[in-house]
Ligand binder design. Structure first.
Ligand code: SF4
Length: 225
């Protein structure tokens, strides 16, 4: 097997020296997608400033083929959730994801997007966007520096290059059993309903654990409007 693989590789290199490049359709497809990521142009809080900095001259995200931020979700295939996701904003974030083109990816950038961060105990903050959207990559930090986002984008490109188009382990977009859209929660008088998407996230099974279902742990304040 190894000998065969070595022979194939030496033959491939020999052909490449003669200007003949041999590859698989899967590799070509993944290579094209990995280096033409179009992130959705939006931000939610302070982490978005670091995301913006990653695109500027000093860090220059464009070097990695991921700088064409698009203002329309229909032209974007990468959602960078950069900042605190409030329960009021969560329905809009999920709706934007649903409107994005397939295949699409999600990066949770910063402690807030991952878990609620310093506002986790707040009555109005979502304890992680992965309760509603399938997150491909988590970038920890408060905030993560632009270099961390660059590293995250490079890791995502590696993941995309390793994706399969068919068979076990195929990508989400190539699997008809995986939905391309997720239920949009509503912000009701007592928080989000439904409080989470059970297909994506399950609350802890430990009965002694603190309530952590994403719903309001405290009675919401009355509005005076
Ligand atoms: S993780 Fe820190 S820097 Fe990022 S949005 Fe939350 S509070 Fe702001």
């Amino acid at each position: 097997m190894t000998t065969m693989g070595t022979t194939d590789e030496s033959l491939r290199q020999d052909l490449a020296r003669r200007g003949v490049h041999v590859t698989s359709l899967e590799s070509l497809y993944n290579w094209g997608r990995a280096h033409s990521l179009w992130p959705l142009q939006f931000g939610l809080a302070c982490c978005a400033i670091e995301m913006i900095a990653a695109t500027m001259a000093r860090h220059d995200l464009a070097r990695f083929g991921a700088e064409v931020f698009r203002p329309s979700p229909r032209q974007a295939d990468l959602m960078i959730v950069a900042g605190t996701v409030t329960k009021k904003m969560a329905p809009m974030v999920v709706r934007l994801y649903n409107q994005m083109a397939n295949p699409k990816y999600v990066i949770a950038m910063g402690a807030c997007a991952i878990s609620g961060g310093p506002f986790r105990e707040g009555y109005n903050v979502l304890r992680g966007i992965d309760r509603y959207l399938p997150v491909d990559l988590y970038i920890p930090g408060c905030p993560p520096r632009p270099e961390a986002l660059l590293h995250g984008v490079i890791r995502l490109q590696e993941l995309i290059r390793g994706e399969k188009l068919s068979g076990p382990g195929r990508s989400r977009a190539a699997d008809p059993a995986v939905p391309g859209e997720y239920p949009i929660p509503n912000y009701g008088p007592a928080g989000l309903r439904p409080p989470f998407n059970p297909d994506l996230w399950q609350p802890p099974s430990d009965p002694d654990a603190a309530p952590d279902d994403g719903s309001d742990a405290v009675t919401p304040r009355e509005t005076t409007a």
